[in-house]
Ligand binder design. Structure first.
Ligand SMILES: C[S@@+](CC[C@H](N)C(=O)[O-])C[C@H]1O[C@@H](n2cnc3c(N)ncnc32)[C@H](O)[C@@H]1O
Length: 191
């Protein structure tokens, strides 16, 4: 089981945004691409992967939306499809526990602090240790969106291992693809 969590620093926490303008919803487009990178194979889904979106924009922040690859039924590989499911999740009332908004899509109040107590996250960071040198790939990865982690987030994750997929800074969704590829290679005995 692999989990990815992406911090959306400006991403809307209400469902009042247009699917025609996902960038205008606090760069929700970045997060939707991360959902797709975490979960899609060609003509299939990664049933053993989850993707958490930690949404920090707007008056209802923080909220966390969870996509469970093993349970999803209505996700298509385009940004609007993921955006529509996020919008649906943000449109229902929720409390401190995950509430299902659609098959495989859940929402709750709260953000990184709680999530960090639930998974042993490794932080993805281009200055971290080369992931290819790590004997066992971790099961949970934390990424930032188009912005740097805030000082408070950095303080929260200061003791977590930091791994890199290469020396240059990639988009978050591309980084997820490289990590998934590394896991695929190891699972299938590739060096
Ligand atoms: C677009 S980058 C963040 C932008 C950057 N912090 C800035 O504002 O200059 C998105 C995220 O992808 C991950 N990432 C990007 N390149 C990476 C690499 N080479 N190795 C590991 N993670 C990487 C990090 O988690 C990063 O926060």
């Amino acid at each position: 089981m692999t989990s990815f969590a992406i911090v959306g620093h400006l991403a809307r926490t209400d469902g009042d945004f247009s699917l025609n303008d996902l960038p205008g919803a606090g760069r929700m487009d970045v997060l939707c691409r991360c959902v797709n990178a975490s979960l899609f194979l060609s003509h299939d889904l990664r049933r053993d992967a989850d993707c958490y979106l930690v949404l920090l924009g707007g008056p209802k922040a923080p909220k966390t939306v969870l996509f469970r690859g093993g349970e999803l039924r209505s996700l298509s590989p385009d940004e609007r499809s993921a955006g529509a499911l996020v919008k649906k999740a943000l449109s229902i009332p929720c409390g401190s526990e995950f509430r299902e908004a659609a098959p495989g899509v859940y929402v709750r109040n709260g953000g990184l602090e709680r999530l960090f107590t639930e998974h042993a996250f490794a932080v993805l960071d281009e200055k971290g240790t080369d992931i290819r040198m790590v004997p066992a790939v971790p099961e949970a990865f934390l990424l930032s969106d188009h912005q740097n982690f805030s000082d408070a987030e950095e303080a929260l994750v200061k003791d977590a291992p930091r791994y890199s997929v290469g020396p240059v800074c990639l988009h978050a969704d591309h980084t997820i693809t490289v990590i998934s590829n590394e896991i695929d290679r190891r699972k299938n005995g590739w060096k």
